[in-house]
Design a protein around this ligand. Structure first.
Ligand code: PMP
Length: 391
């Protein structure tokens, strides 16, 4: 099993050279917007006043104090989970692994949105699951194709009862599944008794503050929702949650307990304290503004460098961290990563997001953490590399 496992998160680092390299590779948040002094004061207060609880072992339940912080986030996309249905995680990566272990038996097939977040593919494979792509068309996931694929698998005697997607500002394409498609997808899930795993780290990072109702909001009984504080607060706290239908929440809780006993109570307390003090609006607005600006710098530079009717095409992202660049004539972008590294710029080739690891005509550019004054330099180097210029 290990031989066909693809690396989950290491690969972007392979292409980072440090020094003068401009990295469009790793999907990191821009922590410059965090009010570090306020967080430091709150954390020190927590340790002084509540350290004997926050530094003690805990149970796999979301701390009472954190429930409003989660409700506030999920409510912005129309969902309102019961506290009893929440399971704490150390981030959505743990949620993916727990879902793969708790909600299916090894050998079953999980249907996944492609191109796929590689950490999801790696988690499901590590849980012993097989992967199949959910068919798609120009508007995104194709509900009819999902139905046909599931029925075909079942005719072949396979068990397929999980479907995974990252429907809003997707990693890696930046695309958002339209509302009508969400409803159709959930209708198919209802008809075929599928559980949909909704992975939603970026949903509140729409540049203009726009949101789309989450799948969880539309069909609470069908959807296992993976939430995380990594992109609206800080990934280093390793804190997230699962909101699941009651029975599945119980199974997920048992699994997460085996994985970690409980996620960090100190991290949960720190986030609860921040939310109680400041709420989410100001911080999320600051993140959104930072990414809106970076994305505009990148998209404008691409327009200048590659927007001359040449072979590269892309859509301007409306939110999230990523821009997906595609080659019209199907050029394999894999070999270009090394060429780009030679020019002092890094990206992740599209093959990394394929479930078969085959060649891809696309590449992922991450704009979220590039210093503002380096974006245009990076895009100019990228354009030179993509045009096949000498280093
Ligand atoms: N899902 C997706 C789609 C992601 O992009 C990421 C992080 N890059 C994760 C899950 C994992 O995030 P975390 O474990 O920090 O919550």
């Amino acid at each position: 099993m290990w031989t066909d496992m693809r690396p989950a998160v290491e690969m972007p680092r392979l292409f980072e050279r440090g020094g003068d390299t401009v990295s469009f590779a790793g999907g990191l948040p821009d922590l410059d917007v965090l009010p570090l002094d306020a967080i430091a004061r709150q954390m020190s207060g927590l340790v002084r006043l509540g350290g004997r609880i926050a530094l003690q072992y805990s149970t796999p339940h979301v701390a009472q104090a954190l429930v409003p912080a989660i409700g506030d986030l999920m409510g912005r996309e129309g969902a309102c989970p019961a506290a009893a249905d929440l399971v704490p995680t150390s981030g959505s990566q743990m949620g993916l692994m727990a879902a793969g272990l708790a909600l299916a038996e090894p050998g079953e097939t999980v249907l996944v949105q492609t191109p796929v977040y590689p950490g999801a593919a790696a988690a499901f494979r590590t849980a012993g699951l097989r992967l199949r792509a959910i068919p798609r068309d120009a508007r995104g996931l194709a509900p009819e194709g999902l139905r046909e694929t599931i029925l075909q698998l079942r005719r072949e005697g396979r068990t397929a009862r999980l479907a995974y997607c990252n429907p809003t500002f997707q990693n890696p394409t930046g695309a958002t599944l339209p509302a009508d498609r969400r409803r159709e997808l959930l209708a198919v899930a209802g008809e075929l008794d599928l559980t949909v795993i909704e992975d939603n780290p970026y949903g509140l990072l729409g540049f203009d503050g726009q949101t789309t109702d989450s799948l969880k909001a539309l069909a609470p009984d069908r959807v296992v929702y993976l939430g995380t504080f990594s992109k609206v607060f800080a990934p280093g706290l390793r804190c997230g949650w699962i909101a699941a239908p009651r029975e599945q929440a119980a199974a997920l809780r048992r699994t997460t307990e085996v994985m970690a006993l409980s996620p960090s109570p100190l991290a949960q307390a720190a986030i609860a304290a921040f939310h109680a003090r400041s709420g989410w609006t100001e911080l999320i607005d600051r993140y959104r503004a930072a990414y809106r600006e970076r994305c505009a710098l990148m998209a404008d530079a691409l327009e200048r460098e590659l927007g001359d009717g040449g072979p590269w095409t892309w859509r301007r992202p409306q939110g999230g961290f990523y821009l997906w660049l595609r080659h019209r004539d199907g050029l394999d972008t894999g070999p270009l990563a090394a060429v780009a590294a030679g020019h002092g710029v890094s990206f992740v080739p599209g093959s990394h997001f394929r479930i078969d690891g085959g060649p891809s005509d696309a590449l992922r550019l991450c704009f979220s953490h590039v210093p503002r004054d380096r974006v245009a330099v990076g895009v100019s180097r990228l354009a030179t590399a993509l045009r096949g210029g000498a280093a």
